[in-house]
Design a protein around this ligand. Structure first.
Ligand code: AP5
Length: 220
């Protein structure tokens, strides 16, 4: 089973993908996390991605698609995966469709999470991430028990460099120009589920699970 989570920066793709992947026992594949990991490890891929990420632009399609397809062929993705942050434009969506068709597979559902621009900016400004285990917090909505420290592993929490107001502005522009058109692309394929992303994290998870239930992707 393959599920795509679509949404603007800060819509809660990563937060909801973690919950859904756990519930359905699927791999969680997040393109942004894979790039940040590569960056942390100082690999060639990381150095290449950094240039684009710092500016809030998309990393070139060829590099991104190859990275994701490789990750999707790992043993933990055998039963399927929740894709978070990929595809991000029409070219990537078509490359993914083609690669899956080559294995007689297809995307089962696309969940588009919508959140107002004001709320997106607020969430991104308050996001903190654990340097060690990548758990995501929000200093307003879901703060850690001890300020600056991860509840799970005690790691240091940091603010992503692309969460500054200037880079967020660029990321939102890129989203509306290049990624939002995917909503229509998948709607036409009859596989789109639209979920309101405002409310608490648990409320959005319940809405998403209910929508997947309606599509009979989760056994009742
Ligand atoms: P990426 O890491 O994918 O960033 P993004 O899409 O901009 O998404 P975010 O991670 O910012 O947000 P999210 O929707 O996951 O929200 P989250 O759950 O964290 O990409 C970064 C960069 O990598 C790109 O700019 C690009 O350069 C490159 N890249 C990645 N993929 C690529 C691709 N396919 N092609 C080319 N380049 C690519 O939540 C945000 C905050 O809100 C958190 O603090 C969270 O706790 C909080 N929150 C979540 N839900 C709620 C709620 N319901 N109420 C209140 N707060 C909430």
């Amino acid at each position: 089973m393959y599920i795509i989570l679509l949404g603007a920066p800060g819509a809660g793709k990563g937060t909801q993908a973690t919950a859904i992947a756990q519930k359905l026992n699927l791999a969680h594949i997040a393109s942004g996390d894979l790039f940040r990991q590569a960056l942390e490890q100082g690999t060639g891929l990381g150095r290449q991605a950094r240039v684009y990420m710092e500016k809030g632009e998309l990393v070139p399609d060829e590099v991104t698609t190859q990275m994701i397809l490789e990750r999707m062929s790992a043993p933990d993705s055998e039963k399927g995966a929740v894709l978070d942050g990929f595809p991000r434009n029409l070219e990537q969506a078509k490359a993914l469709d083609k690669a899956l068709a080559g294995q007689s597979r297809a995307i089962d559902r696309i969940i588009a999470i919508s959140v107002s621009e004001e709320e997106l900016r607020k969430r991104l400004g308050g996001r903190r991430v654990c340097r060690q285990c990548q758990t995501v917090y929000n200093i307003v909505e879901s703060p850690p028990e001890v300020g600056g420290k991860c509840d799970k592993c005690g790691g240091e929490l940091y603010q992503r460099p692309d969460d500054t107001a200037e880079t967020v502005k660029k990321r939102l522009e890129v989203y509306f120009e290049q990624t939002a058109p995917l909503i229509d692309y998948y709607r036409q394929k009859g596989k789109l589920i639209e979920v309101g992303g405002e409310g608490t994290i648990d409320e959005v998870t319940r809405r998403t699970v209910a929508a997947l239930n309606e599509g009979e992707l989760i056994a009742r």
